[in-house]
Design a binder for this molecule. Sequence first.
Ligand code: C2E
Ligand code: MG
Ligand code: MG
Length: 737
Amino acid sequence: MSETAADPNQCLALVADSDDTVRERIKSMLMQIGYRVREAADGLKALEAFSDACPQLVLLDASLPKMDGYAVCENLRRHPQGARVPILLMIDPDDPQSLKKGYEAGATNFEIKPIQLEILGYRVRYRAHANATRETARIVEVAEIQRSAHLGSWRWELQHNRVEWSSLGRQIFGLPEHTIETTHEGFLIHVHPGDRAHVCETHIEALKSKQAFAVEYRIIRPDGVQRVIREQAEVILNPVSGRAMVLRATIQDVTELRQAQERIRYLAFYDSLTGLLNRQAFQQELQRSLYFADRHDGMIGVLFVDLDNFKRINDTLGHAMGDALLKVVADRLQRNVRKFDFLARSQNDAQEDRGRVARLGGDEFVLMLTDMESIEVAATVAERLLNLLNQPVQVGEYEVAVTPSIGISIYPHDGQDVDHLLRNADMAMYQAKETGKNTYRFYNESMNARALQRLDLEHKLRQALENDELSLYYQPQVDLSTGALVGVEALLRWHNPSLGWVAPEDFIPLAEETGLIVPIGNWVLQLACRQKKIWETQYSKPLRLAVNLGGLQLRQSDLASFIERLLEETGLRASDLELELTEQSLMANAEDNLDILSRLSGMGVSLSVDDFGTGYSSLRYLKRFRLNKLKIDQSFIKKVPYSADNAAITSTIITLAHTLGLKVIAEGVETDAQQSFLRSHGCDEAQGYLYGQPMTTDDFTAFLLRHEENRPDAAEPQDARTPKAASASITRSGRTP
Ligand code: C2E
Ligand code: MG
Ligand code: MG
């Protein structure tokens, strides 16, 4: 039905009557007293018109077609805008029930038909005035309640995407005073980027489910200040269509409340002296970790640390000094756990916090190591702790020495629950004290034996360099298309008088964990480069030297200058040197490695990825690392060409490398069939027993000389497999070559 065109600021009245003449008469009366009028000829149209225009006054005929006036009245009262609108019901004097029904339906007042326009006019004017006064009072009252509770509000009207703000809502969000409305996007822009998606999803979910909700989020005010907001909201539906129409939210700034709660939580879970977790929090953390470990067959280490003779320090230097010392110890423990994380973690979970430290009270600390790959990790951490805490501490003007006794229990071996693990670690700690303090003990005896064995190996490895027990073997690398000898890889060997030959797999990881790989690795580089210089005089063809580099070596800040000096000293060209890095060590510290590797590559040193295919193979990084070569891991070469999987992986790696502009070398090539496969798939180079096993310096010299004699025709690969070369090989653990 039509609406009279008039000043939009005028009040709007809805007149619903099926009789055109009646409607027309009422309409003209209303217009005379300043109303705009909207008309409806039946009940349904009346509802529709109300939802559409939200009039300030409704005149309803009780006997409307399609839906009678009582039902319309009831519906309007349920409408979000209809609760307080004055509804005048026009009733039939002959119906004795009409007044009762009208009141029950929520009518404000009644007009008896036939309508007397003059009286109706007065009634309407009086109603409008009274209503306006009441509405103003209500708004003032709500605003007052909200202000005293520091509650603001906003209201999102969906059809026009308008968010209207209350003045307190505006203040909470720090919006300029003249802001009356924004869009929903304009609202979201103030929400902290970290919470924005969540808030948006919550709103959408509420509109879909039509359910009220509460959500908490951070906002960033235009002045940059961050606040925490609690929002409670409800969805208002269109009474006719049932669709969501408005989202009405009450908001409260709960920043101070949350800060206070955070402070309470801090006091409840942290040790106030050191800032470490307290006993209760540690127990909870451990409980949670046990739960996860149980599901993933994980291993957890609990290290109980007690300072030796702390009481004496406290007694002689006073409590203030004692406290200062405990803080330093706490700091060292925490850093040590992080260092363990750093070494033991893979790139993927580097952000997670895997180790936890707590102070149980006095001079007692406890550490938790989650996701341990082996029991040895706990031993490594304990050893580091001993080294770290043995360093003197400066407290005030004093330099004091503290030593710890450490007890270790391992989940699941030494206990299934928090109490048992802590108690057994504590018992192991007492054992450490009895053994003479400043040491660590496992709760379990067989673990102690293993730890001792490892400690013994570490001790021997430390002396291996000094005692001249280390040596280098050399293994040839050939060009697959010509069969020519093009390179040599230096491989480290260790022969210990009591242990015999120790396999690289057994001592290189230990060297990495203990940091010994740095001096050993530097020694390897020096020796190999010097040897290569000697061979240059004996072998006229270019021969590249490949040296393996441990992950820790990359983190040496002066590695590039060390290599630069070495090249200068030996007179080798940078392009003669190739550094082999495993995928693991490249990726473990990817961002930092970019720097050092680009320096090395800038110098002209060639970089290759060893054991390629066993690690993460992140193409993104491969591209950024400025590598020259991929070395396909021998596990893939092993069953080539008979295993379809390995053949597919190998040929894919070759294609991938070539696409990235890298060369490819295959390692572990032992048979002609492997060689033919690699050659036919365009692999550039190969290394393996087929061409020669790793050999001593003398054997490799002889090998070179034979090659030199066989020139200019490139030697047949099989020729390289001389009995002598084969005799210079080394097999795993304990056996001499
Ligand atoms: P890698 O660098 O991948 O070295 C190749 C390994 O494969 C060598 O084992 C070599 O003897 C073996 N190999 C070569 N051809 C064949 C073959 O045809 N068949 C079989 N079955 N094996 C073959 P090795 O010498 O025991 O070295 C093991 C690992 O120890 C090396 O793997 C490397 O990762 C590490 N390594 C050796 N020397 C050093 C070093 O000086 N520094 C560092 N950081 N790591 C080293
Ligand atoms: Mg290698
Ligand atoms: Mg390899």
